[in-house]
Design a protein around this ligand. Structure first.
Ligand code: AMP
Ligand code: MG
Length: 455
């Protein structure tokens, strides 16, 4: 090991995590990243380079949140239970007259509550009543049933002002609704602008566009959005034993799968992976490829960071002027993980075992990709679950073991996936999370609530 490597040191998991986090914060704070305008559907998973503001009130009108009847609470508070139904308003429609005393409008979820109404009674708490009324109408005369006369206090129905001769007896009906429950002002109505007023910021710069954010942008009329360019993340796998995926490995060779797990992880968190050719365990060629990788915004190396004679990655990085923030973390798998920078380009040297590579990416490198894509890096997503089987280990390392979450929604359980050590890709593929074993624990008991990191 060289001296820079020795002085950087091996940190506890918590310290190593904070070191990366702090660097990420500085990168986000420095800002000024290139951006581009893209169509909304091309922005899924991307990070906003400018805020999105509301082009109108959200909601733009008082919105009914239930099917039912728009009413004036005052009427009902005054003891009235029977209201005249003067119209119907479906989502997309409007009822343009102000609601008068004694009136109700049938309303559907999502429709605009008429002016004058201040609550919506759920249809479940109402009963529709149709009343026959006698009318005298002039024969052959068309009359609109405007029905805007008032009704009496109770069940008694007034005639509509009808007149004219000669008269024909005709049966007509009028619609009423009986409200069977007390109603409070504002019930089942979201006032216009309650979520956001026109001009207000809906999403800040730096927000990652998941499905909910995409919906918000769509609702605000953003057919295209300005997002940060994806950071290029170079991926360099090292090792004389490696062959490319399409090649047939010799008896003691293995395929380079780490470049693929890393490329998938980088793409998943918003980076653009750039896979470099396999680097041999030979310093000059390795240095050349690292130099190539440093043209990207970030470099991920796999393998060559342990203590073996042919683990030359740190040496090669040092020859390029690397600064090391740490050269190991007290974790398992992934203890030899390295973090540093050459100039302003951050790099991670990840131990080559396939599970180590994935775990150390999750623990450390993910937040850096996020920071370089302009987003405030997320904390590790953790949860508590009940351990299914006792687990015994040695103290001294914080362990992140491939595990599966199971159990009921309100009673999550976790089980370690049986594995053959950090080379076991099958275990990694079966895992949905990592069980966290604190460094001071020798045993986790069956039934104990333990922490898991969600993959
Ligand atoms: P290293 O960290 O270089 O000592 O690598 C540890 C072990 O991880 C090697 O012996 C390989 O079995 C495995 N390994 C290293 N690099 C890769 C890779 N790119 N793809 C798959 N397995 C790898
Ligand atoms: Mg190696």
């Amino acid at each position: 090991m060289n001296t820079a490597v020795q002085s950087a040191g091996v940190l506890s998991f918590e310290d190593a995590y904070e070191v990366v986090r702090e660097r990420c914060r500085q990168i986000v704070a420095a800002g000024d990243r290139p951006s581009e305008e893209v169509l909304l559907m091309q922005a899924v998973g991307r990070v906003l380079a400018e805020p999105i503001t509301a082009d109108r009130d959200f909601p733009p009108f008082p919105r009914a949140t239930r099917d039912g009847f728009a009413v004036r609470v005052e009427d009902l508070a005054g003891g009235l239970t029977l209201l005249r139904v003067v119209g119907q308003v479906r989502a997309g429609d409007s009822y343009d007259l102000p609601l008068a005393s004694g009136e109700a409008v049938e309303i559907m979820t999502g429709a605009a509550v008429p002016v004058g109404a201040d609550a919506v009674v759920m249809v479940e708490y109402t009963e529709r009543k149709t009343r026959e009324i006698d009318r005298k109408e002039r024969e052959g005369t068309q009359r609109k049933s405007e029905n805007r006369g008032s009704i009496a206090d109770d069940d008694h129905i007034l005639d509509i002002a009808g007149h004219a001769e000669p008269e024909v007896e005709e049966k007509k009906t009028e619609d009423f609704v009986e409200v069977q429950r007390a109603v409070t002002s504002g019930e089942n109505v979201v006032p216009s602008g309650a979520e956001a007023h026109a001009g207000q910021e809906l999403l800040p710069r730096g927000a990652r566009l998941g499905s909910a954010q995409i919906a918000l942008a769509a609702a605000a009329g953003k057919a295209s959005v300005k997002v940060y360019r994806k950071p290029k993340v170079a991926i360099l796998s090292t090792g004389d034993e490696l062959v490319e995926v399409a090649e047939k490995p010799g008896p003691s060779q293995i395929r380079n799968s780490n470049s693929y797990s890393l490329a998938a992880l980088v793409a998943e968190c918003g980076g653009e992976p750039v896979q470099l050719p396999i680097a041999p365990d030979e310093e000059s060629k390795l240095t050349e490829l690292i130099h190539e990788g440093l043209k990207a915004d970030m470099l991920l190396l796999s393998g060559g960071v342990s203590m073996g004679k042919f683990d030359l990655v740190e040496q090669a990085l040092k020859s390029l002027g690397a600064k090391f923030f740490f050269t190991g973390a007290l974790i398992q798998p992934g203890k030899p993980v390295v973090f540093g920078e050459v100039g302003s380009i951050p790099f991670f040297g990840l131990p080559g075992n396939p599970v180590s590579v994935m775990v150390t990416f999750e623990l450390f490198a993910r937040q850096m990709v996020e920071a370089l894509s302009g987003a405030e890096p997320e904390r590790l997503q953790s949860a508590k679950a009940k351990l299914r089987k006792e687990f015994k280990t040695k103290t001294g390392l914080t362990r992140f073991l491939p595990a599966r979450l199971n159990g009921a929604l309100d009673d999550p359980e976790v089980e370690v996936v049986p594995w053959q050590g950090s080379g076991d890709m099958l275990a990694a593929a079966r895992a949905t999370c990592y069980l966290v074993v604190p460094s001071d624990r020798e045993k986790l008991a069956k039934g104990e609530m333990v922490t898991v990191v969600i993959k």
